[in-house]
Design a protein around this ligand. Structure first.
Ligand code: GDP
Length: 435
């Protein structure tokens, strides 16, 4: 039955568009899986009864399609939006991740250099635990110091390795909405940039460069993103000039001729040039909503205070805190729009096209078999009555099945196209208006 797409519901965050599209496309593929399973079972039976109507090649194709659909279903349930954070050591990557999560999840600061890749994602069980690469063992994590200890214990971890940190979904909206956040070792500490990108970034929907507002973009940081954009076409990159509070706190870092505004302008120009002219990943207008000046430390502090029921600005704060906090929220909003849009496009559009292709192929095979069975009926018409009855039965079965597949599956295909393009076009455009 054709339900009205649930995407019409009012959404409070762009991230929810992804969640809804995922739910719908999952439902559609579960239907396709049922139809293909049904078709392959009947064809297996008929191949035994009437081997001259269905040949082995056709049977094998249907069974192959069945396992392909199963594979897509499995990938779909695991699909999430992925954001990867990069930058030099101590620029504040872990602090940015924590600020976005609204809590101290990842260890940060002196002595807690991230020495491997850490992927934080929602835990299905509501418990916090970590799983190291190649292991199935769930190591319970009770607190941030516990996690720091566990990671230290795993010091022999190769910098290329990925540790999954599963964190309770009810503690953070981003995790609830299926975002996975990947923290990385500093780009300054590795000669293995290529391996990193291939292993952990090729499927990232958004990249966040955490730069230090107290210095200019470094060659190592730029090189990393040159490599990323040579492997991915137009990656979505945000640049966060972090530690922007330090310029308010320590005016001596600005020389006497530079006001904070001038420093901002200079950083903005360089970052825009980098994105627009060097990497060619966006236009100058787009770059304006890709570069932000923030203080992750302040945002994290404020959100931890709020969690405790205290006023967000109750700690000792530098001048301009409110403006920086708002700029961080603005970044989060642009980030949510960008990641949701990108993930729907890269993940679901591809699946829906694959689904459509599979269904077309299956229909072609069914039609061929149906025609052949009609010919066989004519040729063998003069033969034994018993055989005739068997063929009639087969024809009837095939006709039913072909009709069922044609009608139902075409409906389903239309649905996939309909919904994915809706999620891509109308809904996202409408979100700009809603939010
Ligand atoms: P990472 O190595 O890039 O993950 O950096 P961390 O997140 O561990 O941060 C390194 C240090 O910088 C920590 O002591 C943080 O508290 C501090 N830090 C991070 N963000 C800010 C910020 O916005 N302002 C200031 N003043 N310090 C920050």
């Amino acid at each position: 039955s054709r339900r009205k797409p649930a995407l019409d519901e009012k959404l409070s965050s762009p991230l929810q568009v992804f969640g809804q599209a995922k739910k719908q496309i999952n439902g559609i593929f579960v239907n396709i899986q049922d139809y293909v399973a049904n078709a392959s079972e009947r064809m297996t039976d008929m191949n035994i009864e009437c081997p001259d109507v269905i040949n082995e090649k056709e049977l094998k194709s249907i069974l192959d399609y069945r396992s392909k659909v199963k594979g897509i279903c499995e990938v779909l349930t695991r699909d999430h939006m992925k954001v990867a954070f990069f930058g030099r050591t101590s620029n504040g990557k872990s602090t940015v991740v924590n600020a976005m999560l609204g809590d101290k999840v990842l260890p940060s600061g002196i002595g807690h250099t991230t020495n491997c890749f850490l992927q934080v994602e929602g835990s299905q069980t509501g418990e916090a635990y970590l799983v190291t690469e190649g292991s199935k063992e769930k190591q319970n994590v009770e607190s941030v110091s516990h996690l720091a200890h566990a990671l230290n214990y795993e010091k022999q971890l190769n910098e290329k390795e990925l540790v999954h940190v599963y964190w309770p979904k009810d503690k953070c909206g981003l995790l609830r909405d299926d975002v996975a956040l990947v923290d990385s070792p500093g780009v300054d500490v590795t000669p293995h940039l290529d391996d990193w990108i291939d292993a952990h970034c090729i499927d990232a929907d958004v990249f966040v460069l955490v730069a230090n507002a107290e210095s200019t973009l470094m060659i190592t940081e730029k090189n990393f993103f040159h490599k990323v954009s040579s492997k991915l076409s137009k990656p979505n990159i945000f640049i966060l000039n972090n530690r922007w509070d330090a310029s308010a706190n320590e005016p001596e870092f600005l020389d006497q001729f530079n006001s904070q505004e001038q420093v901002r302008k200079q950083h903005m120009e360089r970052a825009t040039d980098f994105l627009v002219k060097e990497l060619k990943v966006c236009t100058a207008e787009e770059a304006a909503s890709r570069v932000f000046f923030i203080s992750a430390k302040e945002v994290l502090q404020a959100r931890v205070q709020e969690r405790k029921g205290l006023a967000p600005n109750s700690g000792a704060l530098a001048e301009g805190f409110i403006t920086r906090y708002k700029e961080f929220e603005e970044f989060e909003h642009k980030f949510e729009e960008c990641i949701s849009k990108s993930a729907i496009k890269t993940k679901f559009l591809n699946h829906s096209q694959q689904g459509k292709h599979l269904i077309d192929e299956i229909c072609k095979i069914m039609e061929t078999i149906f025609k052949r069975s009609l010919e066989q009926t004519k040729i063998k018409g003069a033969q034994k009555k018993e055989y005739q009855e068997k063929l009639n039965f087969t024809n009837q079965q095939l006709e039913n099945l072909t009709n069922m597949l044609k009608i139902k599956i075409r409906n389903v295909t239309d649905d996939v196209e309909d919904k994915v393009s809706k999620a891509l076009n109308d809904e996202i455009r409408r979100l700009y208006v809603l939010v």
